[in-house]
Write a protein that binds this ligand. Sequence first.
Ligand code: GUN
Ligand code: ZN
Length: 439
Amino acid sequence: MPPSPSRAIRGRLLTFSGDPAELGAEASHRYLEDGLIVLEDGRIARVGEARNLLPELPATLTVDHYPESLIMPGFIDLHIHYPQTQVIASYGAQLLDWLQTYTFVEEQKFSDPDHAATVARFFLDELQRNGTTTAAVYCTVHPESVEAFFTESARRNTRMIAGKVLMDRGAPEGLLDSAQSGYDQSKALIARWHGRGRQHYAVTPRFAITSTEAQLEAAAALMGEHPDAHFQTHLSENLREIETVKELFPQAASYTDVYDRFGLLGPRALFGHCIHLEDGERARLSESGSVVVFCPTSNLFIGSGLFDLERARDPVGHPLRVGMATDVGGGTSYSMLRTLAEAYKVLQLQGQNLPALQAFYQITLGNARALGLDQNIGALEAGRDADIVVLDSRATPAMAHRMETIQDNLAEELFVLMTLGDDRSVRATYIAGERLHSR
Ligand code: GUN
Ligand code: ZN
């Protein structure tokens, strides 16, 4: 007997099959006014018109019906720090001072496994409230912080990418490992968590300022030994940061070259920020298939600069694979909708645009592709994980009022959602077929 479907979700379905910038808006997406997603064993079994599918399904099937809502693949956040839930909204500093004054103080608390477990629970609740079902997550230098995070993620069966931050200099004593201990601890965590259920490991040197050459070499060794692990770090976020990196690595041709010399560029690598890149750096990031991650609320809040998306995507220059992320606690919101709103403004300041369909492609299939996980997540398609968000474009009086002037125009509705929406617009979040959040 084939497994029987456990549940179905009915409503207005939106999913992407490709990048609107490449395929054109129409060909890139599928929209069903009255669609049905049939769930089975945590995955999507079937997707189609409700009127076609319903007659074939058992009458006893539970159908969660959201007639007005937009149902999409769960959002993906490509760069976020779970130990910074009590750093978010820290006043008045740019990157290096912000790290020393606020972040490194808070992160020291994660040597305590109880604290780490409490914050991991809060953090994953918050992602679910915001419709984010997968994230690339920085833990702290303490292996206990990684253990707490994956334990909680595994309990919920969320698909998460996370890693122990590597730092062997430039931070308080309580936050330092060594090249050897960082390697050993990462290795043990990879063995324990990478590929266990839906958990994925990311080798995570914080950034060049807090890692010696020996530590970057150890990170490269870990990637060599575990080529299917992910890699994440920060790159070219802030001008003082870049000057400091040049002082610490005088032999490197550029900030990017610091990582490149150790073979750390590549399709599994996520580089947070990448705001102030030189042309040679773009060339190497492009050739290597690395991903640059745009974090608009963070770039505005800590005053780092304006990410040039048009240049990043420019097909005649050095086109880069691009991701989008919150970067909480430098970022100011857990919401990928708020993130899109700020991305739009960052681009407006540079005379650029962010069409709504492009925006929602980016935070679903676009980010899934950036992770190389698009066979698992990022689309409402049979065989994909049943990670799904249900969105209400009329969640607040201001949204409902604005929606009165929009009839049957998906792009306009999506633009209202990304400009005015936040956690209040998230009616439900499904993780592997289970509704873990609803309002
Ligand atoms: N660069 C190094 N560490 C961090 C961090 O925690 N947040 C941000 N935004 N940039 C960083
Ligand atoms: Zn960051």
